[in-house]
Ligand binder design. Structure first.
Ligand code: NAD
Length: 318
């Protein structure tokens, strides 16, 4: 593969790049470093088959030039934060939908047809079927992030029908592990470092969520990409379990040896667009022979250990 990875300096993108290089592929990373970390590309930068292009997915000519010579695109660049959508409604549209259109157009200009897209379980909005399969009833959207990703999925499917594009759309649950830089473990740990005696929890702490470890996520992505041909296929990626936010806090506090007073902001969700229950059916990816190696608790503890060992990140993404 000669892979082009948008968002290559991010949590998932940089981890994917290390895996692709280790597997013998050539990689071009494309990133504007809005949330990406240069340090995540230190190892890759020493590899002869790696090249970094600093650029923005909204800059179509630059994107098109950078993609030249590649044969597979992993489109991971996005505004990856669900939470603040209503504070800047244009951001999700631009960064997630228009940027995806640009990626598809740049691919078309370079005659590249294989794409992997990082979508999200948030596209199911507030699902009624649990665990939620890929063909669940068409979702009612509750976040601008989910809506913008679903629009990106629609464009990719249409480029599949219209221009013969093929590959995979991955609907991830929240991903955990090394290089994790945003999400509830990050937020809770940052607050607990400052004040281990108390913790504010958005909502009632009973939100039920599913998580997946980064290594397991990459295994699933690369397996599905190796097996999918001539179609745009959709895969849920997650573990076959979920936990409450309260469980997660309990595991973290046990590891840290602290017992903060928990203050709940109340209500059954943390913010507008927060889904109180996310649990995806992963039978389809499992049927290809994949299964996750880490459970949610192990993933959360590995993430916490990583953040404890890399405190500078807490400031970098504050
Ligand atoms: N982390 C998760 O739990 C999770 C869950 C579901 C879906 N996803 C999706 O997976 C992808 C990767 O997420 P992540 O957690 O690695 O996020 P991240 O913020 O760490 O990585 C995103 C990367 O994209 C880059 N980027 C953003 N806008 C850009 C632009 N306009 N031009 C060029 N580069 C740009 C950032 O600098 C960053 O390096 C995203 O598409 C996200 O929506 C992530």
């Amino acid at each position: 593969m000669h892979a082009f990875v948008t968002g290559g300096a991010g949590f998932i993108g940089s981890s994917l790049i290390d895996r692709l290089l280790a597997d013998g592929h050539a990689v071009v990373a494309y990133d504007n470093f809005s949330t990406g970390q240069r340090a995540f590309l230190t190892a890759a930068s020493r590899h002869p088959a790696f090249r970094l292009v600093e650029g923005d997915t909204l800059d179509l000519p630059a994107l098109t030039r950078a993609m030249g010579g590649c044969d597979t695109v992993f489109h991971l660049a996005a505004n990856a934060d669900v939470r603040f959508g209503t504070e800047h409604p244009r951001k999700d549209l631009e960064q997630n939908t228009i940027a995806t259109f640009h990626v598809l157009e740049a691919m078309r200009a370079n005659a590249i047809r294989r794409i992997a897209f990082s979508s999200t379980g948030s596209v199911y909005g507030e699902a009624h079927v649990f665990p939620t399969p890929e063909d669940a009833p068409f979702p009612v959207q509750t976040s601008l992030y989910g809506a913008s990703k679903l629009a990106g999925e629609g464009l990719i499917a249409a480029y599949g029908s219209g221009f013969g594009f093929e590959g995979c759309i991955f609907r991830f649950v929240s991903i955990l592990g090394e290089r994790y830089t945003h999400g509830h473990v990050f937020d809770f740990y940052r607050h607990l470092r400052r004040d281990p005696t108390r913790l504010t929890v958005l909502g009632n702490g009973k939100q039920r969520k599913s998580y997946l470890y980064i290594g397991d996520c990459l295994d699933a992505m690369l397996l599905a990409m190796a097996k999918t041909r001539r179609v745009i296929d959709i895969f849920n990626l997650g573990t076959d379990e979920y936990c409450e936010v309260n469980d997660s806090i309990g595991w973290m506090c046990e590891r840290l040896g602290i017992s903060p007073a928990r203050e709940y902001t109340g209500g059954d969700r943390g913010w507008i667009g927060d889904n109180p229950f996310i649990f995806l059916d992963t039978a389809k990816i499992r049927a290809l022979g994949w299964e996750p190696r880490l459970n949610i608790r192990q993933g959360i503890l590995r993430t916490l250990d990583y953040l404890q060992q890399n405190p500078a990140l807490l400031e970098a993404r504050a």
